[in-house]
Design a protein around this ligand. Structure first.
Ligand SMILES: [Zn+2]
Length: 563
């Protein structure tokens, strides 16, 4: 843990005026808008999982509720999850630490330590694998692998009265945004919210679970598609497996379908329940009303689940965009009604790409599914055939058809370079592969700086490379190669994870009552969020604490980054 110093300056924004914030009128010149004085009492950090800058651009004019309000603040439409491994866990690990995955240590959702006690079995990013009861598939949830503190932890170190609370459908989002020292942590498991081992559910979580249980039991009707969803409302065939594009999230009652909880999870209702629980925790814990600022992290996962199950350009995502707007609006209205002085940041863990079948129909015929020759199993066999090296079990350990590949340590050390060489040669010969890097190469590459839009593929891979955890080889697929060989309609047809900007670019929105509105279209980074909020809070941290930089949210001659 790096040291945290007690804040010296509490006032980080100039006191231009004591009067309340005014809405900017148009046309003509608006009266000067006063910046709120002093740090907010509550930071609300919202991650909309898989909310790409492309989705934001496509739907931003339709928002009427929470997402309309957040566009009245400081809008950065081109925030970058700058690294190559655009998965959930690395992405969430950047949001409130201010660091790239190379420094957070969260290089992927799942990795291997072939020379360690797990051997050929994977390690999950949000588990404590020292616990013998923990496995990657059924983890003892923990932030153990996160190598740096989160903003909530810096706040608690500065003033122990600060509360650090995180809620999501995903355990890894909670652990990465909350961190090691967390006052309340809730995520979805099976058919309700759960918490850390050894802790009891708070009454608010018990109450929310009761509501969810009733909904699951009775089912719920289809959700209406707004008129602006009409152009997205048509079926797209997914080979022989079925189709996508017209599902409206009707929730079958328990008993009528075996997987009713999944119909709930992969729907806007999952975000609704997450917001409900966040509101209950705000009330129960009195967040934003204590002696020091609190932080509430809310990761809304439904956009990601819906993107995976139905793609990003169908009526399903369109309905989700409308419901997301309402759910965020409801949360903000709740905080307003409670009279809390809060500041919101909204961003995403990564972006996403639509299903290739619809991309093909919609003017992007070069989008295709990945060549099955690139699966870890196929590559293991190809490399074994090429080198004549065989071991018990797979030659190569990997979780996906891209990213980190590890040589099984059953291969004698002297033979590993030959395996690596053969793997690199095999994948380089495949036209679907954009770049292949060895760990040795990436270790020698300096950490990239400057505009993330202009980073090379190697720079992007370097930003999510950790020599202690990354693979012996890192494989990056070409643009618009969807790394799902066979679509599973309603579950998994489209994804993210690439080094391309459709997966790297996400919106970054900051809003607080009275914060002047401005839009900065130039690229910024999600690692800039923590230093920006730290300055607003008046946290004094040593230089070099963050990979990111403070963004001045004043929008005028003042400077919210000034010490
Ligand atoms: Zn995802």
């Amino acid at each position: 843990m790096r040291r945290v110093f007690v804040p010296l300056a509490l006032l980080v924004t100039p006191l231009l005026s004591a009067c309340a914030a005014q809405q900017v009128a148009e046309p003509g010149y608006a009266a000067p808008v006063s910046l709120p004085s002093g740090p907010p009492k509550l930071i609300v950090a919202i991650s909309v999982d898989q909310y790409s800058a492309d989705l934001f651009a496509q739907y931003r004019s339709h928002y009427r509720f929470g997402l309309a309000r957040l566009q009245q603040g400081a809008v950065f439409p081109s925030g970058f999850q700058s690294h190559a491994a655009t998965e959930t866990c690395p992405g969430h690990s950047t949001l409130l630490t201010g660091d790239h995955p190379a420094r957070t240590g969260i290089i992927a959702n799942t990795w291997y330590e072939p020379g360690g006690p797990r051997g050929t079995k994977p390690i999950y990013c949000a588990e404590d694998d020292r616990n013998p009861d923990s496995t990657a598939r059924n983890p003892v949830v923990s932030a153990y692998h996160l190598k740096v503190p989160t903003l909530g932890e810096y706040m608690k170190a500065a003033d122990p009265r600060s509360r650090n609370v995180a809620v999501s459908a995903k355990d890894r989002a909670v652990m990465m945004m909350g961190g090691h020292t967390i006052d309340a942590a809730y995520w979805w498991k099976g058919a309700g919210f759960v918490t850390l081992a050894g802790r009891d559910l708070a009454p608010s979580a018990v109450a929310e679970n009761a509501v969810v249980t009733t909904t699951l039991k009775t089912g719920a009707p289809a959700l209406a598609a707004p008129a602006w969803c009409q152009s997205a409302d048509h079926a797209v065939a997914l080979g022989k497996k079925g189709n996508t594009g017209q599902f409206r999230f009707a929730l079958p009652a328990v008993g009528s379908e075996a997987n009713a909880p999944d119909f709930f999870r992969i729907s806007p209702r999952m975000d609704g329940a997450t917001v409900d629980l966040a509101e209950r925790l705000v009330d129960e814990m009195g967040l934003g009303k204590g002696g020091a600022p609190d932080i509430l992290s809310v990761s809304l996962s439904a956009t990601d689940y819906i993107g995976h199950a139905t793609g990003t350009e169908g009526v399903e995502m369109c309905i989700q965009m409308a419901e997301l707007d309402k759910n965020i609006g409801r949360l903000l209205d709740h905080l307003d009604a409670a009279g809390i002085d809060y500041m919101v940041v909204l961003s995403a863990d990564h972006g996403g790409l639509d299903t290739p079948e619809r991309l093909d129909e919609q003017a992007l015929p070069r989008a295709v599914r990945v060549d099955p020759a690139l699966t870890p199993d196929a590559l293991s066999k190809a490399v074994a055939a090429k080198t004549g090296i065989k071991v018990d079990g797979p030659l190569l350990l990997a979780e996906a058809v891209f990213g980190d590949f590890y040589v099984n340590r059953a291969v004698p050390a002297a033979q590993r370079p030959a395996v690596i060489q053969a793997l690199v040669a095999t994948v380089k010969a495949n036209p679907q592969v954009a770049a292949v890097f060895t760990a040795e190469e990436l270790a020698k590459t300096p950490m990239p700086t400057g505009n993330p839009q202009d980073w090379t593929l190697k720079d992007r891979a370097r930003a999510s490379f950790d020599p202690a955890r990354s693979g012996d080889v890192v494989i990056l697929l070409d643009r618009a190669i969807v790394p799902i060989p066979e679509p599973m309609p309603g579950a998994y047809i489209a994804t993210h994870g690439s080094a391309w900007d459709y997966d790297r670019r996400v919106p970054m929105l900051f809003w607080r009552k009275g914060l002047p509105a401005f839009e900065q279209p130039q690229p910024v980074e999600t690692v800039d969020i923590a230093p920006t909020l730290a300055a607003i809070l008046g946290l004094t941290l040593p230089d070099g604490t963050f990979d990111g930089r403070c963004l001045d949210l004043d929008g005028g001659s003042g400077n919210t980054c000034a010490k």
